[in-house]
Ligand binder design. Structure first.
Ligand SMILES: [Fe+2]
Ligand SMILES: [Fe+2]
Length: 262
């Protein structure tokens, strides 16, 4: 079976690119499951209307990250028991929503989708993502998932690679998100886990991580607060960055991982 994972979908230009490209890609490449990171659907945060638009385009389930609470409109959706939107599992106890969901696909495969947040160079506080992964694996052991898919949303390449090796042989795939820049290390790790440090984004091509480049240059020149960048999403046409993971139907092992950038 094939899983497509789409990197952080960023604002209007990102949403438009997904709506334009995904329906045909899903058919042409015979994709069984589409997972996308939704933390920037509305630039900073996401709105329920955008989640619905992306579902119509073909996304089945959404992961997120540190920006998911920036738009309070999203909280009721995250709180729903069958919500299509996950938030990182290692937010502290009491945070609304869940960071792990077991999906039963029409091809009879059970896919456990896990969303975790790294801690290096991240200002907010999170529980330990490595131990949270162990905890979730133990929690779902009785359900016997065929495939375990992890979106590890983190800033530091070292933390993401270390987690990839930590989960190697236990997760079917570990993909990194958050930096919005794809890395050139898509690979199958020694014990069989499909891995990439960062998938990249679906967001404005001529931009800095989806933001207007002029505003970001000023931000760095003045060493200003990040707040000065609010509302500075670039309207430019989007690049589309995703990974396609091919999984052997007999063994449930990842056969390949391909970075798709267009
Ligand atoms: Fe992001
Ligand atoms: Fe992020």
């Amino acid at each position: 079976m094939k899983i497509l994972f789409i990197g952080d979908i960023d604002a209007l230009s990102g949403r438009q690119a997904v709506a334009k490209l995904l329906p045909q890609m899903k058919g042409d490449r015979q994709i069984d499951l589409v997972i996308a990171n939704a933390e920037n659907l509305d630039g900073l945060g996401a709105r329920e209307v955008h989640i619905r638009q992306m579902q119509e385009a073909g996304v089945d389930i959404f992961t997120s990250g540190n920006h998911i609470w920036d738009d309070p409109d999203i909280t009721p959706l995250i709180q729903k028991e069958d919500s299509p939107l996950l938030r990182p599992a290692n937010y502290s106890v009491g945070t609304p929503g869940t960071g792990a969901r077991l999906l039963s696909l029409s091809n009879s495969k059970k896919v456990l989708v896990i969303n975790l947040m790294g801690r290096v160079f991240i200002p907010q506080s999170f529980d330990h993502p490595f131990f949270k992964f162990d905890e979730i694996m133990e929690q779902f052991k009785g359900e016997e998932p065929d495939i375990v898919f992890v979106d590890f949303h983190a800033e530091a390449t070292s933390e993401k690679r270390a987690f990839g090796f930590y989960a190697d042989g236990r997760a079917t795939a570990v993909v990194g998100t958050h930096t919005h820049v794809p890395t050139a290390d898509a690979q199958i790790l020694p014990k069989g886990t499909a891995y990439i440090t960062d998938v990249g984004m679906v967001g404005a091509k001529d931009s800095v991580l989806g933001l207007e480049k002029e505003a970001v240059i000023e931000f760095f020149k003045k060493e200003a607060s990040v707040k000065t960048l609010v509302g500075k999403m670039s309207p430019n046409e989007a690049e589309f960055s995703a990974v396609l993971i091919d999984i052997d139907d007999a063994t449930d092992q990842a056969k390949s991982i391909e970075l798709i950038c267009q």
